[in-house]
Design a protein around this ligand. Structure first.
Ligand SMILES: Nc1ncnc2c1ncn2[C@@H]1O[C@H](COP(=O)(O)OP(=O)(O)OP(=O)(O)O)[C@@H](O)[C@H]1O
Length: 336
């Protein structure tokens, strides 16, 4: 069964269908010590996250290095198993899927990686890199595999002849186009793009982002777009989630989050975006201290040690992640 509109938060106007839902998802990596590798603790990379992605949207997931963004992406792709919680995709609880069921669902879930060099096999011809997923998953339905692969290459802005070349013959931006063609080969429903342009020259970034936008329309794609700062996701996203130390602290529609950030951490990220108008005064919010160790996160609100407006309650009570306005959720005692 596909989730219905009634099961999504309602604002009376926007009706959207849920494609993916995370329910209380946790991923703790064990920390071991000594000769016998005794477990001495956990790194709480993803800690009790509730999130839904709507069909056809781009959800931007933003947060500092190490906050758990990639781990969240890997959980959704079922590349790693959650410590607890559930992953619901297209109405099915895929948390415990294995074997042929997992294989089937993997066709719909693809990834575009940050580093196009590391993610492409340098010894393989581009045509075979791109059609590998088809050969693995759906060979029987693809009689004209080469033609299909060549039209995919053309669709991402490469040439038919590039089929016969090798990754080292391309620029960084072109290599990322190869990675995108490969991710599209099985016509997935959801693509997780993990910092897909951060390794590229600034001049090339916009081209690749525009391509991803065009493809979203043509292929009916939903994107989870991972980035470490809010300026990259601004142009791509419909909604944005802000992550801090394994938690999502705020989710909002893009326009709301840039106009009126609610969580103090979101406010600090917004204040760090360079202002294109040199005459407009903008106060930069500098956070104190370093990000705490995820093995020993602060009690209460995990952000309280760096929060410029922390209150006594923040040290003791974990704020509930709740809807404060339609489509607007925040985990902060200021809004309780
Ligand atoms: N396989 C692993 N084993 C142990 N710890 C891990 C593993 N993978 C990630 N971590 C830890 O989990 C936390 C979250 O890491 P993750 O890579 O998900 O963060 P991130 O936000 O994607 O960071 P970045 O932007 O640098 O990629 C970090 O403290 C990291 O060191």
């Amino acid at each position: 069964m596909t989730m219905t509109e009634e099961q999504t938060p309602s604002d009376g106007q926007i009706k959207k269908e849920v494609l993916l839902q995370l329910k209380n998802a946790k991923k703790y990596y064990p920390v071991t010590a000594g000769f016998f590798k005794r477990k001495v603790g956990d790194i709480k990379a993803v800690d009790d996250i509730n999130l839904e992605l709507f069909k056809g949207e781009t959800f931007g997931l933003v947060g500092e290095s190490g906050c758990g963004k990639s781990t969240l992406g890997k959980l959704i792709l079922r590349l790693i198993n959650p410590t607890s919680g559930n992953i619901i995709f297209n109405g099915n609880d895929i948390t415990t899927f294995t074997g042929s069921k997992l294989r089937a669902v993997r066709r719909d879930l693809q990834m575009v990686f940050q580093d196009p060099i590391a993610s492409l096999n340098s010894k393989m011809m581009v045509g075979h890199i791109v059609d590998e997923p088809i050969r693995n998953f759906a060979k029987e339905n693809h009689k004209n595999l080469k033609d299909e692969t060549q039209s995919l290459l053309v669709r991402v802005g490469l040439r038919k002849e590039d089929y016969y070349k090798y990754p080292h013959e391309f620029s960084g931006g072109q290599r990322q186009r190869i990675g995108i063609a490969r991710a599209l080969a099985l016509h997935p429903k959801l693509i997780i793009a993990d910092e897909p342009v951060s390794a590229l020259d600034v001049s090339i970034q916009a081209q690749v982002l525009n391509l991803l936008k065009e493809l979203q329309q043509d292929f009916n794609l939903t994107y989870l777009f991972i980035a470490h700062d809010l300026s990259v996701v601004k142009h791509m996203s419909d909604r944005i989630g802000v992550m801090y130390l394994g938690h999502i602290v705020e989710i909002a529609q893009k326009t709301d989050i840039y106009k009126e950030p609610l969580h103090p951490y979101t406010k600090s990220l917004i204040s760090a975006i360079p202002n294109p108008d040199p005459f407009e005064k903008k106060e930069r919010i500098i956070l104190q201290g370093d990000v705490p160790n995820p093995q020993n996160p602060p009690s209460g609100c995990v952000f309280h040690t760096r929060c410029p407006v922390a209150m006594p309650i923040c040290q003791e009570v974990k704020p509930i992640f709740k809807e404060v306005k339609p489509y607007r959720r925040v985990a902060c005692h200021l809004y309780e």
